[in-house]
Design a protein around this ligand. Sequence first.
Ligand code: SF4
Length: 230
Amino acid sequence: MDDFIETFKQANLKSINVSLDTLKKNKFNDITKRNSFEKVISNIDLLLKNNFHVKINSVLVRDVNDSEIIDFIEYTRNRNIHYRFIEFMPFGGNKWDWSKGYSHAEILSKIENIYGNKVLKLKDKKNDTSKNYKIEGFEGTFAIISSITNPFCDTCNRIRLTADGKIKNCLFSNNETDILSTYRMGEDITPLILNAIQNKKQKRGGMETFEDISNPDFNSKNRSMISIGG
Ligand code: SF4
């Protein structure tokens, strides 16, 4: 990322998401299969120094990184970052099982046990996908994305374009709309985009209930998160 700071500025980028599931180097190497912990941390500081809005995404998995919740919060004490705790969601190949998940209520309770009434609820914007908070006196803020226990699909205005040119009208949608092929043929892609948006399901790509989302027939057909693009 350090190689591209000037390019980001020229492109007028304002906000950058960074995935960081742990603040411990050895665990980072185990999770990512990469030896880049120092580089990620120094790039976060570089982004802050260059006045980018930095959001850090951490998927919480029980017995993997839930013991670091307070470390993540402390990371916002002197850094103007927005830390987002994400409930563990089912995607292709991630062996999802909610017993490994950590819920919004559990995350908040762990934080409130330490910081008590210094935990301040921030006002969420109309189409926010997260519930936003901060600790009084800390520079940064934090949020919880509760797609499993408290989904926010009723206000969702998101669609995604994958790197291989497919529209996903929901993170959980098993159906994708190929717009790249049509675009390459020089044809109008507007009807495809409109159709994809109109077919967005009411909730979690059609997985309405907790039973639906726990059912491998529904939840195992999606791409892996890394190939969706986070
Ligand atoms: S509709 Fe899909 S993408 Fe939007 S919040 Fe719900 S699960 Fe996420």
